[in-house]
Design a protein around this ligand. Structure first.
Ligand code: ZN
Length: 494
């Protein structure tokens, strides 16, 4: 491209970025449809359509013109937003071109095979069925990290995909800290925890009633239904399809409307973030990282939704809607019950992080080739016993419980715990900045909270790296101390 000025190169990048984002939006739309509305017989046709779009997205991501534009545009000093866009375009491009097209195709093929085998292994409750294909997935993950290259160790390259800048060294420091502080806190909570109240007996809560209630809660929290939807699915998720189109999902559990509600609140937290970024097709208009995303859902689910102020306002509407007569103390005891268990997705907010630390250590050792896939059930048993004090009874409750590894997602789990760390730190800073926030939550007013998150997190998109964003929002570097303090205060002074 002779004689292109850096402004022209920037404009070309902008145009390309928008096309790529909107094509990826189509991919997300298809994914949403597969999980929410697609008739069963369309599965095969949809999977073909998805793979065509995936290929188009991949080709666009590695378009060699991007490299040339980046070089031209990079020769100039830019303002904050533009230079952040250039930094992130470069990051995305360099990652994309490092993986050979064949490798990407093979990895996708292996993932769909591994997912099927994982389901068969779950039906038979036998990790041995899954182990051979998982060994192939791990080998490809190692290869992928080698393609990306890394300064420290292999696993760093994969962590960096989900959380820019995250490394094994940083995870180890944060998680060792968390673990050592959490274990005594859990022990103390279990000693003083009252009985679990039975709130609903054998009552049944019809899905349509729950749908009305959950929709109202999401709207009250600030979710804009003119720019989004709430639908039902088996495994709840959020999809930011495009500007003006954010889709959240939930799952109606007929025996327990609280389980449903927290699932909805969690996805609403993700949804508010997606609705809060500008979604203009540039990195500056996108969510910062996986852990920052998770911090938004966790903050709404745990710090807000499981807090007393939220229920002071919401309980009467709940009782009215469902014909119950639940009392505030009982709700608090029920939603904040701590029970070390075997299943990550059923874990309470205190023990949850230990489930993640176990997965992080296993991934790290697999990537280091210090552990073999066939050792996983044994290591799983030992770690659950040591960290959570529970006996793993079978593979379904053990190493077969999560879908992530069948999909080759190594490096993803740590963002869940990091999300909890960020959430507690953000909530602490919010209360310091806005001392009135808890009384407004108790009055059912979420504008203070929403406005603060918009100003501190949403509007910045990917302009700052995740740890910088959290530090700017809270005034302190990322630290586990806020999470530990929050848990101690909430659970040991109840
Ligand atoms: Zn989430």
């Amino acid at each position: 491209m002779p004689d292109q000025t850096s402004e022209e190169a920037y404009r070309s990048l902008l145009q390309h970025s928008r096309e790529l984002t909107w094509t990826a939006g189509l991919q997300a739309l298809l994914g949403w449809d597969q999980q929410v509305t697609m008739p069963p017989e369309a599965a095969e046709a949809h999977s073909m359509m998805s793979s065509i779009i995936a290929r188009i997205v991949q080709r666009k991501a590695v378009d060699p013109r991007v490299g040339a534009w980046l070089q031209t545009a990079g020769s100039e000093e830019w303002a904050l937003t533009e230079s952040a866009n250039l930094r992130e375009w470069k990051r995305d491009y360099e990652k994309a071109v490092k993986l050979p097209e064949d490798f990407v195709a093979k990895q996708a093929e292996l993932a769909s095979k591994a997912y099927e085998v994982w389901q068969q292994a779950r039906e038979r409750n036998d990790f041995g069925v899954f182990a051979p294909v998982l060994a192939e997935v791990v080998a490809m993950a190692r290869q992928e990290a080698d393609y990306y290259q890394y300064d420290g160790e292999r696993y760093d390259a994969l962590l960096d995909i989900f959380e820019p800048g995250l490394t094994v060294v940083r995870c180890e420091a944060l998680f060792a800290d968390l673990r050592h502080q959490l274990i005594p806190v859990i022990r103390e909570i279990l000693k003083s925890q009252p009985e679990k109240p039975d709130l609903f007996g054998s009552m049944d809560f019809p899905a349509d009633r729950q749908a009305v209630f959950n929709r109202r809660v999401a709207a009250d929290l600030g979710f804009d239904f003119e720019a989004g939807r709430l639908d039902e699915t088996i495994h709840p998720f959020t999809n930011g399809i495009a500007c003006g189109d954010t889709r959240i999902t939930t799952n109606y559990r007929l025996a327990d409307p609280l389980d449903t509600l927290f699932s909805t609140i969690h996805e609403t937290g993700h949804g508010l973030y997606e609705q809060g970024v500008s979604a203009d097709g540039t990195p500056a208009g996108q969510a910062c990282s996986m852990a920052v995303h998770e911090s938004q859902s966790r903050l709404y689910e745990n710090e807000v939704g499981k807090g007393r102020p939220f229920w002071q306002h919401r309980l009467s509407a709940f009782n009215r809607e469902f014909g119950t007569s639940v009392d505030l103390d009982d709700v608090m005891r029920r939603v904040n019950r701590v029970e070390p268990g075997l299943i990550r997705i059923k874990a309470d907010e205190v023990t949850y992080n230990l489930h993640i630390i176990i997965r992080f250590e296993i991934e790290r050792d697999l990537l280091r080739e210090e552990m073999d896939v066939t050792d996983m059930p044994r290591v799983w048993r030992e770690k659950y016993k040591e960290y959570l004090g529970v006996e793993v009874t079978d593979d379904l409750c053990g190493a077969l419980q999560d879908v992530h590894w069948s999909d080759g997602l190594f490096g993803y789990f740590p963002t869940y715990a990091l999300g909890n760390v960020y959430a507690a730190q953000l909530f602490h800073a919010l209360k310091k900045d806005m001392p009135e926030v808890e009384s407004s939550l108790a009055a059912g007013d979420f504008k203070t909270l929403h406005g603060w998150l918009r100003e501190k997190i949403y509007v910045h998109g990917r302009v700052y790296m995740p740890d910088e964003l959290i530090e700017r929002a809270t005034g302190s570097p990322v630290s586990t101390s806020y999470l530990i303090d929050y848990l101690r205060k909430k659970y040991l002074s109840m």
